[in-house]
Design a protein around this ligand. Structure first.
Ligand SMILES: O=C(O)CCC(=O)C(=O)O
Ligand SMILES: [Fe+2]
Length: 276
């Protein structure tokens, strides 16, 4: 004890949760994925997940295309995207019909890039390589959801969390899920800024007082005082986080920040199911 005060238990200024940490490894092993689901880690980083040539191939194709932006009422500052994201098509706790029609165009535009491989398939394969239950794109009402999206949050993502349990009424997927991750593969990162920050704080009802009007995000005061991890991703790195921890992306300076991303659910059956 360093002060004269009696400190029963942990002191809030110096305490560290040994399970709130990022693991860095050459692959998404069974132990790391199980550990992330169980709460033994907050994030798993796999540098060099996709070979540099493959990253460069996808990046060059994307750089030649125009990106859309996420719905500007909800997503401020704007985040650019290439492909369809389900969050733009939520309706009354469900998924609106516009999502399914947009997905048809999504498949066409990704095929139109003329890549020598399917980057979302490559990401799924790397993610599930050591996972006994395997990995597949999730389904809803028998229909396959989107496989991923390229996102460009050059001005950052606001502090937010992602939790399909809270975002959708009932199960989003045909198989109920017992764990959730967010996957990102970085194709282009800025020389400064662009960090992913993760706070050791999960949504609680009082947090709604910090909600930014009509936005997906929260005032950063919602995570005040919470322990945090700051991750500066590298090109070719894959990052898997527990997205129920509040997280944000800092604004980029000096280059575009482009990542391929999708959500991952651990189904009760043991399968990993992805969607975007
Ligand atoms: O781009 C990132 O590093 C994280 C983006 C994010 O909010 C997510 O994947 O849920
Ligand atoms: Fe997120």
């Amino acid at each position: 004890m360093t002060s004269g005060k009696s400190t029963q238990g942990l002191s809030p200024t110096t305490s560290h949760d040994p399970f709130f940490r990022a693991a860095t490894a050459p692959a998404f092993t069974h132990d790391l994925l199980a550990g992330l689901a169980a709460g033994r880690y907050a994030a798993v980083r796999v540098p060099g997940f996709l070979p540099r040539e493959r990253c460069d191939e996808v990046l060059a194709a994307l750089e030649a295309r125009a990106f859309d932006s996420y719905g500007k009422a909800r997503v401020q500052p704007p985040v650019m995207r290439f492909g369809v994201g389900i969050s733009d098509h939520m309706a009354e706790g469900g998924v609106s019909e516009s999502y399914w029609s947009a997905l048809e165009g999504h498949r066409e535009v990704w095929q139109g890039l003329g890549l020598s491989f399917d980057p979302f398939r490559a990401c799924r394969e790397g993610l599930g390589a050591h996972w006994p239950g395997g990995v597949a794109v999730g389904r809803r009402g028998g229909r396959q959801l989107g496989d991923g999206v390229a996102r460009e949050p050059n001005q950052g993502f606001q502090v937010h969390f992602d939790d399909a349990l809270r975002e959708y009424a009932g199960d989003l997927l045909d198989e109920p899920i017992v764990g959730q991750f967010a996957f990102n593969l970085y194709l282009s990162v800025p020389p400064s800024g662009g960090e992913t920050v993760l706070w050791r704080h999960r949504w609680q009802p009082e947090d709604e007082a910090y909600r930014l009007p009509a936005s997906y995000g929260y005032d950063e005061a919602v995570v005040r005082g919470a322990e945090f991890l700051e991750i500066a991703p590298r090109v070719g790195e894959a990052l898997l986080i527990d997205p129920r921890y509040f997280h944000a992306v800092r604004p980029s300076r000096g280059a575009r920040r482009i990542a391929l991303g999708f959500a991952v659910g651990l189904a009760a059956s043991g399968r990993l199911l992805t969607w975007a």
